[in-house]
Design a protein around this ligand. Structure first.
Ligand SMILES: O=C(O)Cc1cc(O)ccc1O
Ligand SMILES: [Fe+2]
Length: 456
């Protein structure tokens, strides 16, 4: 059944709308700028009520529906909600039945014995479980912590998707989803409109907002942070000042777009760690206008204003934080999303790669493209590494040798994008991850040759 999206030009009711930056590849798509703004968008002029949210009858007899991503009483600076004006409310649905998705797990698995040593995976391959899988069925949890019931922790997943979702939608009631594509673009249709992301860009999809994913480039792979905790937000900038790192204006939210075309939908819902599905007679992408500050957004990491040392020493990687999900303890994140983008290294008399270290925080890392300076050989795009609390790690032998003896000219680390999901909670790898042929049994050998070179 074919369907088209009505994506008419924005109207006066779109004050936040500005042209998409020239760097964007999305010629057909339009976006609104900003992070956590009061966005407003109409696919049909006049569809947004003015001056109130729920008039006795909304324009064009649309149904107003409020989606609250935070408690009604959350402090104003964290409060997120949007008003959707739709052809039918979301509650119009068939009955839910259990749905099988065995590779997508939720929260800490206390029965799992986690080795207290560094773990690393080669690129996770498309295997039998991902043949003929869409974004939902192709999701594979590599590691998770916390508990969706108590709204604590995150999971690190890898999607291995070969099929677009057609008349199938997904709703995650357990957490928001931060998508980090590694191979192939994703065209993400959401209740609030359509976003397209390519490797190097990220998408942040709010908890509870229905979406579906099409794959314009065919088989697609990438990483997902499913966040059961407080919503990701921009970090405080402290002495950095009022500009820098990820600037709010570079985040892009979609404009309202509703789907036309006939045919039933299947809605798959993740709810309390279990999966359910229900038939729907209508498309859930039936929102004609919306306003509010809860919205899916995308962000191109080329816009990250990277700050580093211009004197000496290697700074803590918190300087590369794009988004943070705080926990109840100040400064100790439920999860930080940190990137290692192209940048200049200019430090004098400094061992420039990461130091050898142990950390209270747990570090799940992935590589979108290029080489990571601490592991030039062994860490590959599409792979992953996991350094849990107090697990020692650092540059491999090759990186140590080069960085200890190389000439300290200014040097550009170019064509590289690694990232880290850093959490206060230990990541527990899944059986899928621990039994995966990509698990690098020889990871520890990359440090084995580091000799005692003490010369008193
Ligand atoms: O371990 C890693 O590779 C991530 C990391 C990078 C860095 O520059 C400093 C600390 C750190 O944990
Ligand atoms: Fe580290």
């Amino acid at each position: 059944m074919s369907s088209t999206l009505t994506d008419r030009l924005p109207t006066q009711a779109d004050p936040a709308l500005a042209p998409t930056p020239a760097s964007s590849p999305d010629t057909a798509l339009r976006y609104q700028h900003g992070f956590g703004n009061e966005y407003a968008s109409e696919a049909v002029p006049g569809a947004l009520p003015q001056g109130r949210n729920s008039p006795q009858r909304a324009p064009f007899d649309l149904y107003p529906e409020l989606i609250s991503g935070t408690a009604f009483t959350a402090p104003r600076h964290t409060n997120r909600r949007s008003w959707l004006y739709r052809r039918q409310p979301s509650v119009v649905s068939g009955r839910y039945q259990p749905y099988a998705q065995p590779f997508w797990t939720t929260g800490v698995d206390r029965a799992m014995a986690v080795p207290p040593e560094p773990l690393r995976w080669a690129p996770i391959a498309f295997d039998a479980s991902s043949a003929e899988a869409d974004f939902v069925d192709g999701m594979h949890t590599l590691a998770a912590n916390g508990d969706a019931e108590t709204q604590v922790g995150v999971a690190a997943h890898m999607y291995l998707a070969t099929r677009s979702m057609d008349r199938r939608a997904f709703v995650n009631a357990d957490g928001e989803m931060l998508l980090v594509p590694q191979q192939g673009r994703l065209r993400i249709t959401t209740e609030m409109g359509v976003l397209e992301v390519k490797p190097g860009e990220i998408a942040l999809l709010p908890r509870g907002v229905a979406f579906k994913v099409a794959l314009p480039d065919g088989p697609s792979r990438g990483y997902v942070c499913e966040n059961y905790g407080a919503q990701f937000r921009l970090p405080e900038l402290g002495p950095i000042g009022s500009n820098g790192l990820a600037n709010a204006r570079d985040f892009l939210a979609p404009v309202a777009a509703y789907e036309e075309g006939e045919g039933a939908y299947e809605v798959v819902k993740k709810f309390g760690g279990r999966f359910w599905h229900a038939p729907m007679k209508q498309s859930p992408f039936n929102v004609v206008a919306w306003h509010g500050n809860l919205a899916p957004v995308k962000y191109d990491t080329v816009n990250f204003m990277t700050i580093g040392s211009i004197s000496f020493d290697h700074p803590d990687p918190s300087i590369f934080t794009v988004l943070t999900s705080p926990s109840d303890t100040p400064g100790v994140a439920n999860c930080d999303f940190v990137i290692f983008p192209p940048r200049w290294l200019v430090m004098e008399d400094t061992f420039r790669p990461p130091w050898y270290h142990r950390n209270l925080m747990s570090e799940f890392m992935g590589l979108v493209y290029g080489e990571y300076d601490a592991k030039p050989g062994g860490f590959k795009p599409g792979g992953a590494s996991l350094h849990n609390p107090m697990v020692p790690h650092g540059p491999d032998e090759e990186a140590f040798e080069k960085a200890s003896h190389g000439e300290l000219q200014p040097r550009k680390l170019d064509n590289t994008l690694a990232f880290m999901f850093e959490s206060r909670f230990r990541f527990v790898p899944t059986p899928y991850a621990m039994q995966n042929p990509a698990l690098d049994e020889a990871y520890a050998d990359c440090w084995a040759g580091l000799k005692d070179q003490f010369k008193p």
